[in-house]
Design a binder for this molecule. Structure first.
Ligand code: ASP
Length: 325
C-alpha cells in the first residue's frame, strides 16, 4: 500500500469537507434572495453592469443579463479591445473571441476567431443554447451565426483602420512573432442573490496578433468559469500567459476550499509570481464572485491597474482593484 503523508491526508480530508460543505451552498438559505450582483472589468464595465441590471430587473435570466451587458461594449466603437471597433490582427482583420458559462447547468458556449459579427458573446450563447457543443471556431462559428440571423458587418471603424495603417507603416513596428502589448477585454461575473452564478468574457484579443491566435478569454476555466456550488470568475490581461494558469477555475476551486473571492484572486496572482518571479511585472487581473454575492478583484501590479464596475443594491460604481505587487 502507498504510504500516506499525514498532512496531505488531513489536507485532502479538509478539502473534501469544504467541497462537500459547498455542495450544500452555505449562506444561500432555501428561498432567500440577497439581490443580484454584477461585476465587470474596466471602465466600460460600468455601462455593461447597468445594462445587465436593467435586463435582470425586466425579467431576463442571469444569462440574458450577462449577455446583454457584454453586448454594450461589444457594440461601442470607442472600446477598441472588444467587438465592433476592436483592433484587428496583423493582417487588418478583426478576430473576436467570447465565452459564457452557466453555473447551474455547468455548461458553457464559446466562440473563437469569429469574423464580421460584432456580438460574439451572443454567438457563444447560441452555441450554449442551440447546439450540444461547447466550443466553435472560425468558419463554423460564423456560419452558425448567419444561420441564426446575425448580420454580417465590417468591424473595422475608420479609427481602428487608421490605427492599423499607422502600425503597419512603422518600419520598426513590433509584432507578436516576438512580443508586444496592446489588449483588454470585458470580463463579467454575476450572481442572482439566490445561489446562481454566470461568467462571461468577450475580446478582440491583442491588437496586431498573429492571425488565428486564441488566448484565455473564451476558454472554459481560463477567461470564464461558473459553478453554482461555489461561484464564478473571469480574467483580463496577457492571455498568452494566463491561459497557462487556468486562472478562473483555479480561483473558483480555491473558493470551494473556503477562500473568500478576494483572497482567492490574490492567491492566484501570488501563485503566478511564485512559479515565475517575472510574472510580478505581468499584465494580469482577475475578478470573482461567490454564490452569496461576495466579490473579489485583484491585479498583479500598478502598471496594469484594474478599474472594475460593481452593480449592487440598485447602484453601479467604478472601483479600484487591489494591486498585489
Ligand atoms: N486576455 C485577453 C487576451 O489575451 C486580452 C485582455 O484581457 O487584455 O486576448
Amino acid at each position: 500500500m502507498e504510504p500516506v503523508d499525514r498532512r496531505d491526508f488531513m489536507k485532502s480530508v479538509a478539502g473534501s469537507a469544504a467541497l462537500a460543505a459547498f455542495d450544500a451552498k452555505p449562506g444561500v438559505a432555501q428561498g432567500s434572495d440577497s439581490g443580484p450582483v454584477f461585476l465587470a472589468t474596466w471602465t466600460w464595465g460600468q455601462s455593461a453592469v447597468n445594462r445587465a441590471a436593467e435586463v435582470f430587473k425586466g425579467g431576463g435570466s442571469l444569462l440574458d443579463a450577462v449577455e446583454k451587458g457584454i453586448n454594450v461594449p461589444e457594440s461601442d466603437p470607442k472600446v477598441t479591445t472588444v467587438g465592433y471597433g476592436g483592433y484587428p490582427n496583423e493582417e487588418g482583420i478583426v478576430e473576436l473571441d467570447a465565452g459564457i458559462m452557466d453555473g447551474t447547468r455547468h455548461r458553457a458556449g464559446c466562440v473563437y476567431n469569429l469574423h464580421m459579427i460584432k456580438n460574439p458573446i451572443s454567438v457563444a450563447r447560441l452555441v450554449l443554447e442551440k447546439t450540444r457543443h461547447t466550443q466553435m471556431a472560425g468558419e463554423g462559428a460564423f456560419r452558425l451565426a448567419l444561420k441564426f440571423g446575425f448580420q454580417l458587418e465590417q468591424l473595422l471603424t475608420p479609427e481602428s483602420l487608421q490605427a492599423w495603417l499607422k502600425w503597419k507603416a512603422d518600419p520598426k513596428h513590433e509584432t507578436f512573432w516576438v512580443t508586444t502589448e496592446n489588449h483588454d477585454t470585458i470580463g463579467f461575473v454575476a450572481a442572482d442573490g439566490k445561489g446562481h452564478v454566470v461568467s462571461g468574457c468577450s475580446t478582440s484579443g491583442l491588437a496586431w496578433k498573429v492571425p488565428g491566435r486564441v488566448a484565455d478569454s473564451p476558454i472554459v476555466g481560463c477567461g470564464i468559469y461558473a459553478d453554482d456550488n461555489v461561484g464564478a470568475a473571469s480574467a483580463t490581461g496577457d492571455g498568452d500567459l494566463m491561459t497557462n494558469y487556468c486562472t478562473s477555475i483555479s480561483i473558483v476551486h480555491n473558493m470551494a476550499r473556503g477562500a473568500s473571492p478576494q483572497d482567492a484572486c490574490v492567491d492566484l496572482l501570488q501563485h503566478m509570481a511564485k512559479t515565475d518571479p517575472r510574472n510580478k511585472q505581468a499584465a494580469v487581473a482577475v475578478i470573482a464572485i461567490n454564490n452569496r454575492g461576495e466579490i473579489g478583484a485583484a491585479c498583479m501590479q500598478k502598471g496594469f491597474h484594474l478599474k472594475y464596475a460593481l452593480w449592487r443594491n440598485g447602484e453601479g460604481k467604478l472601483l479600484d482593484a487591489v494591486e498585489v505587487y
